[in-house]
Ligand binder design. Structure first.
Ligand code: ADP
Ligand code: ZN
Length: 529
């Protein structure tokens, strides 16, 4: 170990108190910080809000030289740097939003050792100028934030991150710390291999967020359901509502405002000023609701977000976990609520089918969606499933919708067979493919215009499923999709058989299903307690 640079015992704690004003480290922060101060490499997996930033900020302050932080969150660099400067930390950043003069200034500060921390956008490292700049200064460590961006398997891949493997080759003596809130085994091992961090020590924090109550509801009238949640359980609370499209962001925000809830929209289509203003209001004010696309939230540090609601199905469990993780950073009870329906599945399959990239890429997207669907349709504790996805074993939590109101299960084998054989008949006898709506109308024996038009009331299966409600049929379709027993394809969301459909048709496989609630389950938690 470099004796000269070796810190006195407890220096990290002193910096924590003196600079950041906190009493004690959380979780494994101290271990991580001391490891990096000692010159070791570290891979840190810690949930959002766990306190990753200090893990590289404090070593940067204690070690001599400048801590170089690579972060894709360009929009937040100014805020991060301002916040550090307010604490007396000498921080600066280099990214594409600056003009030449601003950049020169930061470069000069870096070279003369007037910085403790330098934030860099990853694409800066593709520029030889930046590399030679770094060569001329003294670097105390490299921090690779949002390290999951290096994983092609992951949900947030950024090609610029692949180049980060050269940090080690070019500056072998500089310790590196890679940090992420995404921790599936696959992403984890990709981080190690792509960043050449096989010898790094790994610090894996628990991913459980016990104060977050996870709930996944069947979508019927999503805006109304949302309003009921906000009025019933979160009046006057700050929260985030995620929607898939800009249009639905706008519509939902307006709907909430019309219903007396203070809400603002946030999406990439708004001009930068409006976006910044809405974000600033959210951070500053109590009880504002931001309705946003997933463009909102990365790196946003507001402790008292009381709920995160999803009106559309997230594309992956990682995304869902990160977005919901923005609730309850202060440890107080918070709600993660998601409404999802059959249409979400159809829409996302369509987006995957139409996405750019090769077949392998589409397969990855599909696998992410399947895992998300399985979480939605599980009859087990949501948290157990969620943590299992991140490789952690746990026992039923008592604080999620399935624990609070255990879903009834029923044997859906016969309805599944009816639905699948309708698909088969249409295909074989008529060469036709249809979406869920038409199939359900046929099964329920509804003589709609479209049923008459195609003579579907003449099919032998017409009306054989009149014993189930429409919501139940939609549940059957969703659960068959989630279990991979049927698939949806094409622009019209037509349903087709999969390799395993035959097992159900032959009676070789049972299909247990989650019962559709008569009324959406309400959680047992009162505001006043
Ligand atoms: P992450 O990057 O893991 O999402 P942050 O580094 O932004 O988390 O930390 C989340 C919040 O917790 C911040 O407000 C931070 O100041 C606070 N925090 C981190 N470590 C401590 C600590 N040891 N004591 C008190 N607050 C802490
Ligand atoms: Zn549970």
């Amino acid at each position: 170990m470099d004796v000269e640079g070796a810190p006195e015992a407890g220096e990290a704690v002193q910096v924590l108190r003196r600079v950041f004003g906190y009493d004690a480290f959380r979780g494994s922060q101290q271990e991580i910080i001391e490891h990096v101060i000692g010159g070791g490499d570290a891979v840190v997996l810690m949930p959002t809000g766990g306190g990753k930033s200090l893990c590289y900020q404090i070593p940067s302050l204690v070690r001599s030289g400048v801590g170089v932080v690579i972060s894709p969150l360009i929009a937040l660099m100014q805020d991060q740097v301002d916040a550090l400067r307010a604490l007396g930390v000498r921080a600066g950043f280099l990214n594409s939003t600056q003009d030449l003069e601003e950049r020169r200034l930061v470069e000069a500060e870096f070279l003369s050792g007037e910085l403790d921390l330098l934030y860099l956008a990853p694409e800066r490292l593709r520029v030889e100028q930046t590399l030679s700049l770094l060569d001329r200064g003294k670097i105390s460590l490299f921090a690779i934030d949002e390290a999951h961006c290096v994983a092609q398997w992951g949900h947030d891949f950024r090609p610029d991150y692949l180049a980060l493997s050269m940090l080690h080759e070019r500056w072998p003596e500089v310790p590196r710390i890679a940090l992420t809130a995404t921790a599936t085994e696959a992403t984890h091992s990709e981080i190690s291999s792509r960043l050449r961090m096989a010898d790094a020590r790994h610090f894996v924090a628990s991913f459980d967020r016990p104060n977050i109550q996870y709930r996944i509801a069947t979508k019927s009238d999503p805006k109304r359901q949302l309003l009921e949640l906000l009025r019933g359980e979160h009046p006057g609370d700050a929260g985030i509502v995620y929607c898939l499209s800009r249009a639905s962001v706008e519509k939902t925000a307006q709907f909430l405002v019309d219903n007396g809830i203070e809400a603002v929209p946030y999406h990439a289509g708004l001009d930068a000023r409006t976006r910044a203003a809405n974000q600033a209001r959210f951070l500053r004010e109590d009880g504002l609701v931001v309705v946003a696309t997933i463009a909102f939230g990365m790196g946003i540090d507001k402790p008292d977000v009381r709920f995160v609601a999803h009106l559309d199905l997230p594309k992956s469990v990682e995304g869902y976990y990160q977005e919901t993780g923005r609730a309850g950073r202060d440890g107080q009870p918070s709600t993660a609520w998601l409404a999802y329906g059959l249409q979400d599945v159809v829409q996302q399959r369509k987006m995957i089918d139409g996405s750019e990239g090769d077949e392998a890429h589409r397969r990855r997207l599909s696998a992410h969606l399947d895992a998300m669907l399985a979480l939605c349709e599980t009859v087990q504790c949501r948290r157990v499933r969620l943590l299992a996805y991140f490789g952690q074993e746990s026992t039923p939590c008592g604080n999620c919708d399935t624990c609070l109101a255990p879903p009834q299960t029923w044997d859906g084998t016969v309805p599944a067979q009816k639905l699948l054989s309708t698909v088969v008949r249409l295909q074989r006898e008529r060469g036709q493919k249809f979406g869920a709506g038409q199939l359900i109308d046929i099964l329920m024996g509804k003589k709609t215009a479209k049923v008459i038009q195609f003579d579907h009331d003449q099919l032998s299966v017409f009306g054989v499923g009149a014993d189930l409600r429409e919501a139940e049929w939609r549940g059957v379709v969703r659960q068959l999709l989630a279990q991979g027993l049927i698939a949806v394809e094409g622009d019209y969301g037509t349903l087709v058989l999969t390799d395993t459909s035959g097992e159900v048709l032959r009676g070789a496989r049972e299909v247990p299903m989650r019962r559709e609630p008569e009324k959406p389950a309400r959680a047992a938690r009162s505001k006043s307690s």
